[in-house]
Design a protein around this ligand. Structure first.
Ligand SMILES: Cc1ncc(COP(=O)(O)O)c(C=O)c1O
Length: 371
């Protein structure tokens, strides 16, 4: 029996909601789209929401709506999923990486100002693994330099910092709904903003550049087909209505891991940071400094051979060959991101994981650390 890295949590309610759309004539651009967008904006506490077909599409549309073009720079973290940086590159701009804080693993606010130039057009922080720590400091720096924040909240639906929900910190923010996320629509994403003009631009760009209230074949600008179907939206509406239950289940799994790994001094085990309401996305432990990447990779391989799915979240983005080659990055540029990426182990983590399965994972990991 395999212990999976992630699994969606789909109930009969989601299945029924999807089937109801399939029985209707509106499979896309129907009533479920507006319903999902309104429910999502209401949950986060932002004025407008625009559903798109992925988190990546959402981030890319933010770049376009913000007018980010070739020659511009956007400051972001190297310790993230590739799309945080590639969405900047898709707009022809340059991702300018800033090393991470060794505790939160988010962009280090203290290192941002030194990287701001007159080409800088935005800051794109990520709440990595669901952790919003430091976001307020990033926003303070952005305000001081009159820069917009585009929040990559793809991993942090339901998290809050000092009582303020993730997704409300940026001028624009983006969530993702791939099946490993807190809620899923199969594939999907959501852009949030309080700005009506940015909203209308994103609505046009996701729909082939069509104009507001114009005809189906009236294209006003270069656009894309990044629409999210009503089938996906119906799934998202039910998933979103269960967010508190989902958060609680994930918190319980995280707590089991924390209890069972509490005596393990060869690991850095994640905890809920002060002032944060953490919506757990994944459970990533890190080997202490004495271990190398080779040790880590051997552990990953051996756990997989025991049918325990694990992963190496995240290989640092700046060293991915096509990015390193384009921007001239080399090992040592962002040492904290690199050291973290070399020693991280993402353990199986999802709503349906049992305490028994968590115990199997922890026992296997401890044995491999001892060996
Ligand atoms: C931090 C981050 N940004 C962006 C994305 C992209 O989302 P999607 O896979 O929906 O395109 C993800 C998803 O994995 C993510 O974790």
């Amino acid at each position: 029996m395999c212990i999976h890295l992630s699994r969606p949590d789909i109930t009969e309610r989601e299945i029924e909601a999807v089937c109801a759309v399939l029985r209707s004539p509106n499979l896309s651009l129907g009533p479920k789209l507006a319903e999902f967008e309104q429910a999502f904006a209401g949950y986060i506490g932002m004025k407008r929401a625009v559903a798109v077909n992925s988190g990546t599409s959402g981030l890319f549309l933010c770049m376009l709506a913000m007018g980010i073009t070739p020659g511009d720079e956007v400051i972001t973290t190297p310790f993230t999923f590739a799309a945080s940086a590639t969405s900047i590159m898709m707009a022809g701009a340059k991702p300018v990486f800033v090393d991470i804080d060794p505790v939160s693993l988010n962009i280090d606010p203290a290192k941002i100002e030194a990287c701001i130039t007159e080409k800088t057009k935005a800051i794109l922080p990520v709440e990595v693994f669901g952790n919003p720590a430091g976001l307020d400091s990033v926003c303070e720096i952005a305000r001081k330099h009159n820069l917009p924040v585009i929040e990559d909240s793809c991993e942090a639906l339901g998290s809050a910092l000092k009582g303020k929900k993730v997704g409300t910190f940026g001028t624009m923010s983006v969530f993702g709904f791939y099946p490993n996320k807190q809620i899923t629509t199969g594939e999907g994403g959501m852009i949030l903003t309080n700005d009506d003009d940015l909203t209308e631009m994103c609505i046009s760009l996701r729909n082939q550049g069509r104009g507001k209230d114009a005809g189906w074949l009236a294209h006003e600008r270069l656009g894309y087909n990044y629409r999210l179907s009503d089938i996906n939206c119906a799934l998202g509406i039910v998933q979103l209505s269960r967010i508190d239950e989902i958060k609680a289940k994930r918190r319980q799994v995280a707590e089991w891991y924390r209890q069972m790994l509490a005596d393990e001094d060869r690991l850095i085990v994640p905890s809920e940071p002060a002032d944060c309401d953490m919506s757990w996305f994944v459970f990533v432990v890190r080997l202490v400094e004495e271990f190398t990447m080779e040790h880590r990779d051997r552990i990953l391989q051996q756990m997989r051979s025991q049918n325990i799915q694990v992963s190496n979240y995240f290989p640092p983005v700046h060293l991915m060959r096509f990015i390193a080659g384009k921007f001239g990055h080399k090992p040592g540029d962002f040492p904290i991101a690199e050291s973290t990426g070399a020693r991280a182990i993402a353990l199986p983590f999802h709503n349906r994981l049992t305490k028994g399965q968590v115990a199997i994972v922890c026992t296997a990991l401890k044995q491999l650390l001892a060996g």
